[in-house]
Write a protein that binds this ligand. Sequence first.
Ligand SMILES: [Zn+2]
Length: 445
Amino acid sequence: MITVFTTAITSRLEYVIGFMSKFYGVPVYLLDKNSVERNTSKILINYTENKHEEAFQVIPSGLLEEKGIKDFSPIIEKDFTTGLPYFFGTQKSDFHFDIFSFTFYLLTRYEEYSNGAIQDEHGRYDVRSSLAFKHGFLDIALIDRWLIILRNKLEQSFGISFPQKSHEEDTKIIMTYDIDFPWAFLHRPWYINMMALFKDLFLHRNIALFSQRFATLILRKKDPYDTYDIMLDSLRHLPDQIIFFLMRSGTKFDRNHQINQDYFKKLIQKMSQSFKIGLHPSYYSSAKPEEIFKEELIRLNKIVGEPTKASRMHFLRLKLPDTYHMLLSYGIQEDYSMGYAQESGFRSSTSQRHKWYDLEKEVSTDLTIVPLIFMDTTFISNKKASLLDAQITMEQLIHEVRLHQGYSSILWHNNNIALRKGQNNWRRLYEWSIEKISGGLNTTI
Ligand SMILES: [Zn+2]
């Protein structure tokens, strides 16, 4: 359907073409002067510096012919008509910038390898280093937007329409959960519980917390973080959901329950009957993959009874390329960490799930990245936002995914679905998000 003529077929260009082909839902072929095949497509893109009469020209910036990572920052320009940012601008071509290099740069998270990239206190790439944050395009799927503009231009130039992309499998917002604290009060040693009750009352004078703890431990009321029935009930509206379990306890950042206890195993097994289960690799897992990560994965596989294929890093501790090398070497096929803890939006500038390109090895890998566009704690603890602000943002992001028939994910923690006295009731936003995703709800909460 589309043929791209180039001077050099590189693995970088093949990767971008593969993404475009999936995005448009049409085959895109690559040809160079050595190709034996001939062009049979109605749409021909000339991705060289030389002019060709019947082809639509995009002038290459050179990035896709390079190997290795250069330390540079692209010069951002703003398009007059659309107001959208772009880079790798060129003159005298049919498209005003090298959209292939642009897509490659953003999709591979090239900038995260830069020497100037700032890390936050958890060793994560800091959102404030990113072009998307600095130039205000984190809340839109910029690659998708430009690919739509390119499609319109191609349709105009060649006088034909692209076929409608089939909706079903490729358009989805996946609801996902991280279980960092399975219970608030239950299943702790009795002396810790007693001490906690004492502290609530006499040290912190927190009557609300005392009464909640007392109700759970003494009156045997339901533990507030035990929101599993609500999650199970939501499956009636939204069948495809994933739960990520943290499989470690005992560090400052992994304050889980005793993972080798029966009650914990039973919870995972119960949820695995209805949900897809993923691993939530612990805070230090990537420091020692062969010990920590491997042990956590084996433990989870044993409990669930089958190999785990999905993962999301605890604290979203994603470091390129090390984290993805680790996931690939242990057979993980899908990662759900491609988002920021401090801000919501599109970290890889697309709403589409996409393969990870390994810039160190210069190959496209089998690891699928599902963008994470919204996390509850970004708004609850980091931004301390109101329910309404969080809802407005979520609605815009969901709209952006739907606009491009994307495939992205949203993250909730079980403890934030819990009802809390005297605080924002985030469960309302959770329930709203389930309805919004499943049925296109149009009301405010
Ligand atoms: Zn976590």
